[in-house]
Design a protein around this ligand. Structure first.
Ligand SMILES: [Zn+2]
Length: 213
């Protein structure tokens, strides 16, 4: 299993969320450190970037003496434009499908913080001085204009500021508290991601039953 994303914090969050829901991935997951930039690429440029990613993923698997079972690739859809999301998701997923046996493109609307805001209880458990205000609870967090700013200005306190590097630990807290199955509110990219994990865990890992002929 290979993970790729925009930065170390994104990849770590991805790993926490994957391993919490699919323990079979533990100890079998490696990361590619090069930042992923597929979201805005089209045509030949997209194909070239996907090919480069595939070379890195295969080289990484070879180095681990492992079979490349599947890849998870994460990017933030910074625009947060629900109109362009399906097109972007579909275009990149198709480009990945042309090169990898199995791959999951995880496009977050709009940032990882939009997913964090689905777990107010975990946020407060992580930092007791932090509270998600009522107006930000139980909403479609994919519609928040600037979730990072919400975390910084509305949730975090003067006693402890929010930093992006904290994201994996907050997700870890949500996993420990058993909240990943019960997000408060909705977010279409979160639900899609959860479906990808289930599919991957059931069908793409070696030693698991494959439904394909
Ligand atoms: Zn998979």
């Amino acid at each position: 299993m290979v993970l790729a994303g925009e930065d170390a914090s994104d990849r770590q969050s991805l790993r926490v969320l994957l391993e919490a829901s699919c323990p079979e991935m533990r100890g079998r997951t490696v990361e590619i450190n090069d930042p992923v930039r597929l979201r805005l690429a089209t045509g030949r440029r997209l194909a070239e970037r996907v090919a480069a990613l595939a070379r890195m993923a295969r080289a990484r698997a070879l180095r681990e003496n492992a079979e490349l079972a599947c890849v998870f690739i994460h990017e933030d859809d910074a625009v947060g434009d629900s109109a362009s999301y399906p097109e972007t998701q579909g275009r990149v997923q198709a480009a990945l499908g042309a090169v990898f046996n199995s791959a999951h493109y995880v496009l977050t609307v709009t940032e990882a913080e939009a997913w964090l805001l689905l777990f107010p209880e975990a946020i407060t458990a992580f930092s007791p001085s932090w509270t998600v205000p009522a107006a930000r609870r139980n909403r479609d967090t994919g519609r928040f204009q600037d979730p990072k700013k919400i975390m910084k200005n509305e949730v975090a306190s003067a006693a402890q500021r929010y930093r992006e590097s904290m994201t994996p630990d907050i997700f870890r807290k949500a996993a420990e508290l058993g909240l990943l199955e019960a997000p408060l509110g909705s977010n279409s990219s979160w639900h899609r991601f959860r479906e990808s994990i289930s599919e991957c865990c059931a069908e793409h890992l070696p030693g698991r039953g494959r439904r394909r002929p």
